[in-house]
Design a protein around this ligand. Sequence first.
Ligand code: FAD
Ligand code: SF4
Length: 520
Amino acid sequence: MVAVRPALYEGTRPPNVFTRRELVGDTVLDCDVVIVGSGAGGAPMAAELAEAGFDVVVLEEGSYYQTRDFTADTSAMVRQLYRDGGASMAIGSPPIMFQEGKAVGGSTVINGGMSWRTPEEILARWRKEAGLADMTPKQLEPYFERVEKRIHVAKNDPEAIGRENWLLKKGADAKGWEIIDNLRNQAHCVGSNRCAFGCPTGAKQSALVSYIPRALHFGARVYSDVRVEKITMHGKRATGVVGRVALPNGGSGARVAVRAKLVVAACGAIYTPALLSRSGLTGRPGLLGGNLSLHPNVKVVAFFDEDVTSWKGVHQAFQVREFVRDGIGTFAAVNLPPSVVAMSLPHRGAQLGKMMDQYNNMVVAGMLIEDTTTGRVRVTNGRPQAFYQLEQRDIDTMKRGLDRLCDLLFTAGATKVLLPFHHAAEVHDADEARRVLAQKIKPTDWEVMTVHMMGTARMGADRTASVTDAFGFMHDVDRLLISDASLFPTPIRTNPMETIMTLATRAAGHVIDNARRFLS
Ligand SMILES: Cc1cc2nc3c(=O)[nH]c(=O)nc-3n(C[C@H](O)[C@H](O)[C@H](O)COP(=O)(O)OP(=O)(O)OC[C@H]3O[C@@H](n4cnc5c(N)ncnc54)[C@H](O)[C@@H]3O)c2cc1C
Ligand code: SF4
């Protein structure tokens, strides 16, 4: 008989982590700072403020899992760690599927670990378009460095790199295109390629195993399974939050209220606008929830005659950066487990079985673009819904990117590539790919997804054109700080985690330096 793993939540956990098990009756807490959300924006804020001696409470809707809970059961991991089981969607034509984490550590628990500084051109754009005069590489340098130390940003060990990534490099090198080693927040990652389902070795330095333990060490309290409903206000001043225990069946349990001197909203670019809106804090009309960028992402499946065994090896070892100035952020080989590949193919029955028989010969390669489209998060009955109508110029960028990605893969030796269209056009060489891509493709036929949602509470110097100031303090509200991807004035062309953590570290420093103003 197969041994049954102990149920999650059994075993030890740090004494200042609380879960729905303890929160059986109504609870009232007092602290200096309450932080809602424990991901890339919330966790560094918690660690920095706790380390500076402030009494910090973190409330997280998701549950508290530990490295030992992360198994090879992909569908169980998706159900436990992803919001809505990974099936969220921005409405538009094409609809864009998006994924975000819901667990202590937020999306960093399920992300690939790519850790990049904000590109200089993007910072220049923020200075020019959003008036963020201090966002220079030099002024941000100490914060980038601090984050990179905390989450251990490093190149992958070469022995952890799998064949599919070497094929990507082979193709890029043969074309003479710029391809760089990925920097990731990991320490001697072994290349088990489970990053998107919880790192089972603890090598990936997600917020769960870096910032959260640091915050706990310095006395912060983390309450998982608590869904915050509202920010409480006294006049224009935020005074705390109220929420409910999130039950496993989706229902609500006991009430949790926190009184605090400073409130931090770090729920991510979809859920922060919802929390603010539920609290009646909508700011100037049209700004909150607007400016949604998504870095639309498309994938192809390439088939090789050789055994690629792309399930072995680190997640995304290299990035092709040749075309960034043409709006094409990166190409990467993104390894996916068989169940996820099978779900993404349009084939069914025996035909699908035949395709999946070739799993060992497949390379799944993805591409993200720096979008010019913006969408909006609308909040109805307290629930957010994203709307995003991909514009033709971004579709054209995707087509140009796919054309080059196919060229690279055929140069590396691919014999067939499936394109990301509803009917998965199958092409056998770069010319055929170019011909298919030159045709008109119905918007609804595209299969587009994303994991980078940004910009819905943008920061800026002009109060009439932004939701927060340059640190994330919401305009016209006292003691309410936003710390997550919603702050970005524009898309950032690269993976966003390190930028979010850097902005959080910088904002925490500002709070600490001005403690009498924000924390008295
Ligand atoms: C599969 C995947 C792969 C990715 N790969 C990379 C990568 O390699 N590199 C990179 O830079 N980025 C990557 N990203 C993106 C990156 O992880 C996110 O941009 C980043 O984590 C967002 O930070 P955040 O603080 O805005 O939100 P999150 O990290 O998502 O944290 C928000 C948290 O708030 C909680 N929350 C929301 N509402 C409430 C509420 N009302 N009450 C209590 N809690 C609440 C959520 O449950 C969540 O845990 C990836 C993302 C995904 C999903
Ligand atoms: S590839 Fe590396 S970082 Fe990702 S899950 Fe495996 S050991 Fe962890």
